[in-house]
Design a binder for this molecule. Structure first.
Ligand code: BGP
Length: 451
């Protein structure tokens, strides 16, 4: 049947994938010499994680990865974004490598490739070795120094087969949120000076990751970071509101994207820091701004902006009756997927954008009669993807899209309650059941379009 003229066709070779993170799926938190991560420690403290859930067993992916990858393949997925656990490879963060940990990732990458799937490897997705936290954590340059050795080791070992590298995931989440609020590990409460320094140290890690890929990644290696940029959506498409959105996007993302793309902190950022400026050493910005190949964006919700009559840009926050998923922070904002990549491309001149996460969490994804009929997730993904398509049609250089996430997993402080997967996991039996959204996604990948 010829495609209907109204269909949203995605570009040829568009990358369709799924995402995951080591700490959220692997389990086996002490197996084969793995060191403790800050999330292992954080979960031990009462009250930190809903229902006292721990990172074990999660999806026990450490032992079940062959079946999981076969399932991924059967669902038509050909690109998989995974992360490596730093304390599995270096139990103390630096020093001696844990060969058994590295061997696991060696086997994992082989198995991914054997299934005809392309790996996209995130070097760091929040599970800092506790040993490094004990020596100062992100407050200290000890972390980027140790990260340099970790990045070298993983790229040297896996770089002959893994060609797509993501340095760090969502800098704001593991720096200012984790050291300024108690709801992400290590749950510290630091002042502004330290918070600004944690961002700077994270940027240095990103730079070290890029350097390692350039030095040891071999031919065809590419890298970028995954950022959870603040997404702003113009209330109307008037030139005034769109300009206001550009302004707000630029000012909200100064701390992370300016140093990476412009090799400096902007005057506006430094003014905002006042006397709490991060300490910068000579050579820092040349490392931080090493050229990357793509920008990964994790896009979920979005803020609305309009140009007020007095000329100021005004942010509007959704009220209590605005539709949301079961995550209170995740209100429905499909247009975020139109604007986030477009604004990033316009403001920073990015040539290749990948949506490295997009998805939704619900608490009532249940399996009945062998099926999980998550119509709500299909509707969510579909509405966002239509907006993404419009953005691409308007010239935004988006090359790929990864659903967060493949399997229901350990959802950080929400433990096992909040389910983001397109595959249901029964955490008692470890039985996987593809949800209706997984079959829907398979059909989208096959057709490369949405009607
Ligand atoms: C992103 C993280 C993911 C995932 C998702 C859902 O910020 O990169 O790891 O957890 O968001 O977030 P949350 O668990 O905060 O609801």
């Amino acid at each position: 049947m010829p495609p209907r003229s109204s269909a949203f066709h995605f570009p040829k070779n568009f990358v369709w994938g799924v995402s995951s993170a080591a700490a959220q799926i692997e389990g086996a938190s002490t197996a084969d010499g793995k060191g403790e991560s800050i999330w292992d420690r954080f979960a031990k403290r009462r009250g930190n994680i809903l229902h006292g859930d721990k990172l074990d067993p999660a999806c026990d992916h450490y032992h079940r990865y062959p079946q999981d990858l076969a399932l991924m393949r059967s669902l038509g997925v050909r690109h998989y974004r995974l992360s490596l656990s730093w304390p599995r490879v270096f139990p103390n963060g630096d020093g001696a490598v844990n060969q058994r940990g590295l061997d696991f990732y060696d086997r994992l990458i082989d198995t991914i490739l054997e299934n005809g799937i392309t790996p996209w490897v995130t070097m760091f997705h929040w599970d800092l070795p506790q040993a490094l936290e004990d020596r100062g954590g992100w407050r200290s340059r000890i972390v980027p120094e140790a990260f340099a050795g970790y990045a070298d080791a993983i790229v040297r070992t896996l770089g002959d087969r893994a060609k797509n590298w993501i340095t760090v995931n969502e800098i704001r989440c593991f720096t200012t949120q984790a050291y300024g609020t108690p709801n992400k590990a290590p749950g510290a409460r630091e002042g502004r000076q330290v918070l600004n320094q944690t961002i700077h140290n994270a940027l240095l890690c990103h730079g070290q990751g890029v350097r390692a890929v350039r030095e040891f990644g071999g031919r065809g290696a590419r890298c970028g970071l995954s950022d959870n940029c603040e997404t702003v959506i113009p209330v109307t498409e008037s030139a005034a509101d769109v300009a206001a959105a550009h302004e707000c996007f630029a000012s909200a993302n100064l701390a992370v994207l300016d140093p990476i793309y412009r090799g400096r902190y902007s005057e506006a950022y430094l003014r905002g820091c006042g006397r709490f400026r991060p300490k910068v050493e000579r050579g820092d910005f040349s490392l931080i701004s090493l050229p990357t190949d793509f920008l990964g964006l994790n896009v979920y919700a979005g803020l609305f902006v309009r140009r007020r009559a007095d000329g100021k840009a005004q942010l509007l926050y959704p009220s209590a009756s605005y539709p949301r998923t079961d995550s209170p922070w995740l209100h429905l904002a499909p247009r975020a997927l139109y604007w986030a990549p477009r604004l990033a491309a316009n403001v920073y001149g990015v040539k290749d954008v990948y949506i490295t996460e997009n998805g939704c969490g619900y608490d009532d994804d249940v399996v009945k009669g062998g099926e999980c009929l998550d119509l709500h997730r299909i509707e969510y993904l579909r509405s966002y993807l239509k907006e993404l398509h419009c953005s691409i049609a308007d010239g935004t250089p988006v090359r790929g899209y990864f659903v967060w996430c493949f399997l229901d997993n350990f959802e950080w402080t929400d433990g096992y309650t909040r389910r983001f997967g397109i595959v249901h996991n029964n955490f008692r039996t470890q039985r996987r059941t593809p949800k209706l959204s997984a079959y829907w996604y398979k059909s989208i990948i096959e057709a490369n379009r949405i009607l």
